[in-house]
Design a protein around this ligand. Structure first.
Ligand code: PHE
Length: 341
């Protein structure tokens, strides 16, 4: 084989190997194999001087071309490989300038949302928001509200008593009426949103703990007509539409006269559905004109003052607003339910 043909076959071999090389190390090996100290091409280049002059120019040119070609291919390919490596490395980095993933955040419970909405509406018609303790004594929860010991009306509020004490979990928010009247002189206009407790069996409309919004308005000439107007306005603003209400006579020891207030069911517009147990009406609150005994218990003179009190079932407000027919859903902690609000 002539040297020229040998160079050609060397070139084919080198090109094939270069094509197949996948690692920088392989490129290095190829360099050594052809152009290293003991490289095949190096050997030819060294032997050029021994060639007769006629051949030397031609073979020399070919050999140098091949040398340049191999060198150039290796360089180009190595550059590419280094770039790929660099990019791969970069994707492993932590880029601290990228905004972090948002941690899962909770949101307000539907009843908390309802509480703020109710507060807002009452504040917009001149009521202040007041709070009271969840652990009460008999005086505030019962006696001062004209429910003395052994009075049958106490049975209406099945009570959780605290062990070894005369304390109890308040069965309604009405004790805060008493606490507030003791410390403040009329005119009074307050609401008291809060948690209450009843020792009762639970079902779709009863829970052992739930929420009320107590209301109290006392001045020189506050009538049941004022009560009706204010409650109607409250419902209108709270539900965002005109709602029908009706007042039925009722009995509470701390009000006289007493009423129960129903609103027309928003779910079926009064036609009857599961939310309103087919009646078209939902009982929303107990209310009445503050009883003289309560004024006396708090040091106010019933001759000078008159007013009304009410206790709205906050859970019922929420059930009506969101069309929920089971109160227990609010307390079950099921995220599939809660995430809808
Ligand atoms: N406290 C009563 C209840 O829990 C509701 C009520 C409040 C009634 C104020 C009259 C006046 O049922």
């Amino acid at each position: 084989m002539t040297l020229l043909l040998f160079l050609k076959s060397l070139q084919r071999k080198a090109e094939k190997e270069l094509k197949e090389a996948k690692e920088l190390k392989q490129l290095d090996d190829i360099f050594q194999k052809y152009l290293g100290k003991k490289g095949e091409l190096t050997a030819i280049l060294r032997s050029l001087e021994k060639l007769p002059e006629t051949k030397r120019a031609k073979v020399g040119k070919q050999a140098n071309n091949l040398k340049n070609l191999v060198k150039q291919r290796i360089e180009v390919k190595a550059k590419k490989m280094r770039l790929v490596k660099e990019v791969a490395k970069k994707t492993d980095w932590i880029d601290v300038t990228i905004p972090g993933r948002k941690p899962l955040a909770g949101h307000l419970h539907p009843l908390t949302q309802i509480k703020s909405q109710a507060e807002e509406v009452f504040q917009s018609i001149g009521f202040s928001v007041v709070e009271g303790p969840e652990i009460e004594n008999e005086w505030y929860n019962f006696d001062a509200l004209n429910i003395p010991k052994d009075h049958p009306a106490r049975d209406a509020w099945s009570t959780f008593w605290l062990k070894d004490s005369k304390l109890l979990l308040r069965t309604h928010t009405s004790p805060v009426q008493v606490r507030y009247m003791e410390k403040n002189n009329p005119p009074l206009r307050i609401i008291v949103p809060g948690r209450i407790f009843r020792h009762e069996a639970t079902d779709a409309s009863h829970e052992i703990n739930f929420y009320q919004v107590e209301g109290l308005m006392i001045d020189k000439k506050v009538s049941a007509a004022n009560f009706k107007a204010i409650i109607q306005e409250f419902f209108k603003r709270f539900f965002g539409k005109e709602t029908k209400i009706r007042m039925r006579p009722s009995y509470f020891p701390f009000t006289e006269p007493s009423f129960e207030v129903d609103m027309s069911c928003l779910n079926c517009r009064g036609e009857g559905c599961p939310v309103c147990s087919q009646t078209g009406w939902l009982e929303m609150m107990g209310a009445g004109m503050v009883h003289p005994t309560v004024y006396k218990a708090t040091g106010l003179n019933p001759k000078y003052w008159q007013g009304f009190a009410f206790g709205i079932g906050m859970d019922r407000l929420a059930m009506m607003k969101y069309k929920i027919n089971d109160i227990r859903l609010f307390y079950g902690g099921d995220l599939r339910f809660l995430n809808q609000f």
